[in-house]
Design a protein around this ligand. Sequence first.
Ligand SMILES: Nc1nc2c(ncn2[C@@H]2O[C@H](COP(=O)(O)OP(=O)(O)O)[C@@H](O)[C@H]2O)c(=O)[nH]1
Ligand SMILES: Nc1ncnc2c1ncn2[C@@H]1O[C@H](COP(=O)(O)OP(=O)(O)O)[C@@H](O)[C@H]1O
Length: 206
Amino acid sequence: MRKQRGLLIVLSGPSGVGKGTVRKELFSQPNTNYEYSISMTTRLPREGEVDEVDYFFKTRNEFEELIEQDQLLEWAEFVGNYYGTPLEYVNKMRDAGRDVFLEIEVQGAAQVRAKVPDGLFIFLAPPSLTDLETRLIGRGTETDDVIASRLQAARQELEMMNLYDYVVENDLVEHACERINAIIIAEHCKRERVEKRYFDMLKENA
Ligand SMILES: Nc1nc2c(ncn2[C@@H]2O[C@H](COP(=O)(O)OP(=O)(O)O)[C@@H](O)[C@H]2O)c(=O)[nH]1
Ligand SMILES: Nc1ncnc2c1ncn2[C@@H]1O[C@H](COP(=O)(O)OP(=O)(O)O)[C@@H](O)[C@H]1O
């Protein structure tokens, strides 16, 4: 059977909603066809974060060079730091039939929407703004100032959720993962409808 080109799955949502937690849970499940695209950032590593695993950590100069050289599928500045997606990896994985996950904020997602119209756009939403604040504070990785800026950004990000194909509430991690897996399976089935091999099959049997 010929392999479909892999999906480009964009997972967005405000800082602290649980994108990283949900994505790690999805990737820990057996029999998935997912690849995670590690982003570039100028943010400093948090305790425990590893270069080339969590992010490719770059200086601002290095990042600006990548922009100049057109090596990023999208990039954005979020609360004082650059973040961007390496283009080559995404294309290579999709060509190999793998579904590629981008975990990115809303400005970058809008750029991907314009460049990759067949992408699958999923917005992860918190049960409430209070839950979001509790999670962001509970994670304990940012200073109070940064938390306040991220909560401010969250209000604008939540207003963008209507631009996504799906909104998934992250009430419980397992439930959010079940919904995301279901969306991806449905998306593959939808794309099967236009697979050439089915038209060929019908012609052969005419
Ligand atoms: N546009 C864009 N956003 C990204 C990329 N990588 C991460 N982000 C987003 O940047 C925001 C800040 O990321 P980070 O500092 O790691 O904080 P965290 O997501 O709250 O743990 C989050 O919304 C990420 O999803 C990227 O390659 N491009
Ligand atoms: N469904 C959930 N219920 C309660 N806490 C959650 C849930 N999902 C994630 N968290 C917690 O919220 C915090 C932020 O999650 P994280 O995955 O780092 O968010 P993001 O990547 O969107 O910034 C973490 O401490 C995580 O353990």
